[in-house]
Design a protein around this ligand. Structure first.
Ligand code: PLP
Length: 370
């Protein structure tokens, strides 16, 4: 394949997906695939098996891929997992947690939300108490890395409480799966949701749910949606050995298979995590030296994305700062918290130490307001 003729990116994306992918991941999309061809279906099956293996060393789990962005998979999971008589408890501390509540409302799923604001972990004693007193609750959902702020939620402690109470545990690990080591069986997770364009470093186009088969197999006919019926999608993939219902994002799937290969080559999730963490801590210390303050307490700071307080200087303007950084080859993200003015810098994707060093210099030369 002629790698020379691939266009260069004018900047790297420091956003939590879509993110900067390797040239080799992009290059494999320069070929067309037929959705029902056996070669393509084999790739799908390999992806499913690899994802399940990445999630846990235990058997009893399966992976289903679903077209659309990550939210489609969250919605598919909720609408399929929670039965008509079920009730969902959502632990929210950011926009993505609150989105789960909004999905439940749209799908007619009974739901209570414990919202701990943007900067605090879920209230665990309150969770335990609610699960004891509200016996209607059947499912608990939480976001692992709340990408709004970069806050990393304590899913191990939460999982313990959920498991002890006999409820089903759903985790939106969209921006952490593949970038933070975990074993979902150990964590008591029944459904984990993630997508192609985050820590696995693929391009956007589908999400996936890794589910405990003993629980998932009971969900036949529950989905309130046809296209987002996760159970039906699973059965089609199982019976058709890698077939999707409806058109699948073939190029994206092929790129994702390549991305999984590159994850393995890097040394798996353990070494990818090490790179993310080192880059993230390098970023934070460099930014602090220039006077920026991270929003989240370092105890809860994920290695994925960091929110910084916007400078309080009257001349500071995000658009101007953003444009100056973009001219220097870096695209950052606006803030997403309601109460505080912030901007965010992600460090997942095909981004390495030299990129972070150049970034710090670019930020230094983009500061115009002092
Ligand atoms: C990216 C992300 C999602 C999904 O967002 P989409 O824009 O639908 O892909 C959901 N939850 C979290 C925590 C995320 O980071």
């Amino acid at each position: 394949m002629d790698m020379q003729n691939l266009p260069e990116n004018p900047y790297i994306l420091l956003t939590p997906g879509p993110l900067s992918t390797s040239r080799t991941v992009k290059a494999v999309m320069l070929r067309d695939w037929c959705t029902w061809d056996i070669d393509y279906n084999r790739i799908v099956e390999e992806i499913r098996n690899t994802l399940t293996r990445l999630a846990t060393s235990e058997t009893g789990y399966t992976t289903v891929l679903m077209q659309g962005s990550g939210t489609f998979s969250v919605e598919a999971c909720l609408t399929t997992a929670v039965p008509e008589q079920g009730k969902l408890l959502v632990l929210a501390n950011g926009a993505y947690g609150r989105r789960i509540t909004r999905i439940a409302a749209r799908q007619g799923i009974a739901c209570v939300t414990h919202d701990s604001g943007d900067l605090d972990p879920p209230d665990l004693p309150r969770l335990a108490h609610t699960l004891e007193t509200d016996t209607d609750i059947t499912h608990v959902a939480v976001v692992h890395c709340e990408t709004t702020t970069g806050f990393l939620n304590p899913i191990e402690e939460i999982g313990k409480i959920v498991r002890q109470s006999g409820r089903i545990f759903i985790v939106d690990a969209m921006s952490s799966f593949g970038g933070i080591p975990m074993d979902i069986a150990d964590l008591g997770i029944d459904y984990l949701v993630s997508s192609a364009n985050k820590c696995i470093q693929g391009v956007p186009g589908f999400g996936f749910v890794i589910a405990r088969k003993s629980i998932f197999s009971q969900t036949c006919g529950r989905a309130r949606s046809l296209s987002l019926d996760l159970y039906d999608q699973w059965k089609t993939m199982e019976n058709g050995k890698g077939k999707w219902r409806y058109t699948s994002p073939t190029h994206v799937v092929r790129a994702f298979a390549k991305a999984l290969e590159e994850l393995e080559k890097e040394g798996g999730v353990t070494l990818r995590f090490k790179r993310y963490l080192a880059n993230n801590r390098f970023l934070i210390s460099g930014m602090k030296e220039m006077g920026f303050t991270p929003l989240v307490d370092i105890r809860y700071q994920s290695p994925i994305i960091t929110a910084f307080l916007s400078p309080s200087h009257p001349d500071y303007n995000f658009e101007v700062f953003y444009t100056r950084l973009k001219e220097r080859g870096f695209v950052i993200y606006p803030g997403k918290v309601t109460r505080t003015d912030t901007f965010r810098i992600g460090n997942i994707g095909d981004i390495h130490r030299p990129d972070m060093e150049r970034l710090i210099e670019a930020v230094r030369s983009s500061i115009y307001w002092r």
